[in-house]
Design a binder for this molecule. Structure first.
Ligand SMILES: *Cc1c(COP(=O)(O)O)cnc(C)c1O
Length: 448
């Protein structure tokens, strides 16, 4: 008998359509309207790609989140994190809902003032505050969150010079059980730096210590980390009370609550696995209420929640440009949305949905953007319905960071529209044109 030829077995990773906890995904979700407005009409009128913001979603998310915290703690104040999305229309919506402004640069500070926020309701965070920024913030009685000792020394000098007290807090970093630790901002709790700088501040005439601040990280999947953080800030508050009889006016827990997006490599979708807002609120408020802080002097609880409040309100609509086959036969789809418009695609597996009915036929495809760069990939090897040139799609949960971290690259950045609570659409940022790019450029005489 002839010996059978040996064939080496191969193991192939199935990367598309992995069965989830609830089996294989069948059918494909289609999203044709946003707040009742057809995406097709929006793209026809305002062009493709197009960012779309739902004012209704911002307000609903804000109100439900505020309600959760207010039901658990007597005094709560939200402060809108400008860097998460600093479009004026977005900021103004949050300010109308009662949010203060949380800024991390002179530019964001100026934007908050222009948006009509009173100086006393601006929180100035971050490691980069110029002397001019600090001077303005002291004059406007804003809350300055000191990040490092160099800033502390500048602040004393400037406050002395203009003869006005600076309203300050310190940013505290700490071990919350989450690694890697975020210890590059503020003063460390465990090594005593935080307590050290608080003692120094208490001895300085021109600094008025009003609060304690932390921002423990972003897209935090552990609510318990907030419990640890709030307990540590409460400890500092209690120590200040016992040593100086000084009451802290507020404890600012920063932001970092996760939105419903799915991190790359996650097994289940983010919206099924992240802690609920109730979990975060319970962790923080129970730590504060069960601390040794005197019940008569409970500090105002400030929250600087960014992505969890705005992600769901943002959409990015686009058009399929082409389909092609890669050299090994795999299917590739080219879209007019690149990673320059979707910065968060580097961390998230964004949900890309057809914006019109599609056939139920799907095939493993990689969705590429239009940029002439190899890294311009929106989704790698996903089960995607067969869509043809000219078909529309929409990516949801993109309201956080994309409209601030976007890049002008190769082409113009597109329009942004907001659908108001009556279903009326407004352009809130125009598409760029040649002048908006060339405007700041200067040509040396010899090249004219
Ligand atoms: C970025 C930032 C926030 C908002 O963070 P999210 O993760 O979007 O909630 C809040 N506070 C500070 C100091 C920040 O730097």
């Amino acid at each position: 008998m002839e010996k059978l030829l040996f064939e080496r077995p191969v193991i192939k990773k199935v990367s598309a359509g992995m069965p989830g906890k609830f089996g294989m995904k069948t059918g494909f979700e289609v999203l044709t309207t946003i707040d009742g407005v057809p995406i097709k009409d929006l793209v026809e009128k305002y062009g493709s790609p197009l960012y779309i913001i739902s004012e209704q979603t911002i307000r609903e998310k804000f109100r439900s989140t505020e309600q959760i915290f207010k039901s658990k703690y007597p005094k709560v104040q939200f402060s809108w994190s400008y860097k998460t999305n600093y479009l004026d229309a977005v900021c103004k919506t949050f300010h109308q809902e009662g949010s203060w402004a949380e800024v991390v640069s002179g530019f964001e500070y100026a934007k908050a003032l222009k948006n009509g926020v009173s100086g006393r309701e601006i929180i100035f965070n971050g490691p980069d505050k110029s002397d001019a920024d600090l001077k303005l913030a002291i004059e406007n009685e804003s809350l300055i969150h000191i990040d490092h000792f160099d800033e502390y020394y500048s602040l004393i000098e400037i406050a002395k010079k203009i003869g006005k007290k600076a309203r300050v807090a310190i940013r505290v970093n700490m071990d919350t059980g989450i690694y890697p630790k975020w210890d590059r901002f503020g003063f460390n709790y465990e090594n005593g730096d935080a307590w050290d700088v608080l003692n120094r501040i208490m001895s300085i005439e021109n600094l008025e210590l009003e609060g304690l601040h932390t921002h423990i990280g972003t897209y935090m999947l552990s609510a318990n980390a907030y419990k640890v953080a709030a307990s540590k800030l409460a400890d500092l508050a209690v120590n200040l009370k016992s040593k100086y009889n000084h009451n802290i006016a507020y404890i600012d827990m920063g932001g970092g609550f996760a939105s419903g997006n799915t991190l790359k490599g996650a097994y289940l979708p983010g919206y099924e696995t992240i802690p609920s807002m109730e979990n975060y609120a319970d962790a923080i408020t129970s730590a504060l209420l069960s601390s040794a802080i005197n019940k008569e002097n409970m500090p105002l609880l400030i929250l600087e929640t960014g992505r969890a409040l705005i992600d769901d309100a943002g959409y990015l609509a686009g058009t399929i440009l082409a389909n092609k086959r890669l050299s090994d036969g795999r299917r590739a789809t080219v879209a007019d949305v690149g990673v320059n418009l979707l910065f968060t695609s580097f961390w998230y597996e964004h949900e890309i949905m057809p914006a019109q009915p599609v056939s139920s036929q799907t095939e493993e495809s990689t969705i590429y953007g239009p940029l002439c760069m190899n890294i311009d990939v929106l989704r790698e090897a996903i089960n995607f319905p067969i869509m043809k040139k000219g078909d529309l799609f929409v990516i949801r949960r993109i309201g956080a960071y994309n409209m601030t971290q976007w890049m002008q690259f190769i082409t113009y950045r597109p329009r942004i529209v907001m659908i108001d609570t009556n279903g009326i659409t407004h352009v809130i940022r125009e598409k760029e044109d040649l002048d908006s790019i060339r405007g700041p450029e200067r040509l040396p005489d010899h090249l004219k």
